[in-house]
Design a protein around this ligand. Structure first.
Ligand SMILES: *Cc1c(COP(=O)(O)O)cnc(C)c1O
Length: 438
């Protein structure tokens, strides 16, 4: 074994380009919401194919404002996965609605879509699926599940009436840049919330954005509503108020305060320019991990499903990308084509207990490697136990969690860092087995 390294879990990848862009914003005399934020919103819409994007100071704020714009509140139910970070669910509580948790399908990080359909009631207003690790969930199946219970849909606000089924609000904190069947995260769900928190693929230190598809509603009016909502309900933002003589403003209602600043947007713009290269590098790293762990009895989340076997490669890329699935001419099955954003390296240890998993993480730490677990199911957390959720009702999420370990995956990793992590992993795994730990 080579000498010990220190491999952090997910440090930000900041270059001179980011420093220059933020410095320019600092020197410009305008540091809060302004031209850089507007530019970042436009660039994100272009990158994701969304009709419109509104920036916020976090994904949590984006999710929460989406629920507020939809008019979701007390007496309403919103469904999310039991297998996620707290923010997917806490926002439901924040607006006063009732969270309903859905178990994952067996051996999956995604909700069980049959179970999901059975959880929908006449009070259900929205579902928040989670693109864990950067891989978009199966939106076709999710939409089909919601179609199957469309008779229960009872829209109760103007924006809800623009939809003819339960609204899909994606927690895409991990999936900026992911695609499935040629459609990018941001242009598939009705609403999509991205996070630019420091550990995410693209960072603004803290930050988030809400993207949405065009629909039977006024997109620009909705955008203005988000601007009001995120800035005190104030009818003019700070930039317009500084125009000479334009002091007058009104407060439409007591709003919130969760706008993005131009300093954050400047950082985001520089990151977004580098993002295609960062995504490509993540893919190389994932493939390196897959090769390195191939001989071990572990399950690695599949990040890239672009097996073109049986696909007519003479078709143009445009034609290929317009279909959500491709017919595999050899066996008549549909081969999904997808690419995740390569956010998290999720590894499961089939047949192993949480004791084994925890010991493995400790051994990795001893070798300088920071590993993590994504996620501890919500019913195991005090907040959600106190709301009455019982982990016994979520056996698949529990089983998924117990033997999961997340390895470092970020763009500061060198190729031989991945070789180091896999070597350390394989050694620790073998040692624990030899010690009789299961
Ligand atoms: C990071 C994260 C969030 C919250 O993002 P913030 O920008 O910190 O609000 C929500 N959901 C998931 C799955 C996350 O990983």
């Amino acid at each position: 074994m080579t000498e010990q390294r220190r491999i952090s879990f997910s440090p930000p990848d900041i270059t001179q380009a980011e420093i220059d862009e933020v410095t320019e914003a600092l020197r410009s005399g305008w540091i809060t919401t302004g031209p850089k934020t507007k530019e970042f919103e436009r660039e994100l819409a272009a990158f994701t194919g969304a009709a419109r994007v509104a920036a916020f100071n976090s994904a949590t704020a984006a999710l929460e404002c989406a629920l507020r714009a939809l008019g979701v509140g007390p007496g309403d139910e919103v469904i999310t996965s039991a297998y996620t970070y707290t923010a997917s669910c806490s926002v439901i509580c924040h607006v006063g609605a009732t969270p309903v948790l859905c178990d994952t399908a067996p051996d999956s990080y995604e909700m069980d879509y049959d179970a999901l359909a059975s959880l929908v009631t006449e009070r259900t207003k929205a579902v928040i699926p989670v693109d864990i690790a950067g891989r978009m969930v199966d939106y076709d199946r999710l939409f089909a599940a919601l179609e199957s219970v469309r008779n229960l849909w009872q829209p109760a606000s103007d924006l809800q009436r623009a939809f003819d089924r339960v609204v899909v609000l994606a927690d895409a904190a991990h999936s900026l840049g992911a695609t499935a069947g040629g459609r990018a995260s941001g242009s598939v769900a009705d609403f999509t919330a991205f996070s630019f928190h420091a550990v995410k693929n693209l960072t603004t230190a803290e930050g988030g954005a809400l993207a949405w598809r065009a629909g039977a509603f006024d997109s620009e009016a909705l955008y203005r509503e988000f601007m009001l909502m995120s800035l005190h309900g104030q009818t003019k933002d700070a930039l317009s108020k500084t125009q000479a003589g334009a002091w007058e403003y009104d407060i439409a209602y007591p709003g919130w305060k969760c706008n993005m600043t131009d300093l954050q947007a400047a950082l985001g713009l520089a990151q977004l320019r580098r993002y295609p290269a960062l995504l490509a590098r993540r893919r190389e790293l994932v493939e390196r991990y897959e090769a390195g762990l191939a001989d071990l009895a572990v399950d690695v989340l599949q990040h890239y499903g672009n097996d073109t076997a049986g696909i007519d490669t003479t078709r143009s890329p445009e034609a290929t990308s317009s279909a959500s699935t491709e017919l595999n001419s050899e066996d008549g099955t549909h081969e999904p084509i997808f690419a995740s954003s390569g956010h998290l390296m999720l590894v499961r240890l089939p047949g192993k207990s949480s004791t084994f998993r925890n010991a493995l993480i400790e051994r990795l730490a001893g070798d300088g490697v920071s590993a993590n677990v994504h996620y501890k199911p919500l019913p195991l957390l005090t907040a959600y136990r106190d709301l009455g959720f019982d982990i016994a009702d979520f056996p698949n999420a529990l089983a998924q969690f117990e033997n999961e370990v997340t390895l470092p995956l970020h763009t500061l990793l060198a190729d031989d860092d991945v070789s180091y992590v896999t070597a350390v992993f394989i050694r620790a795994y073998a040692a624990l087995e030899a010690e009789g730990i299961h």
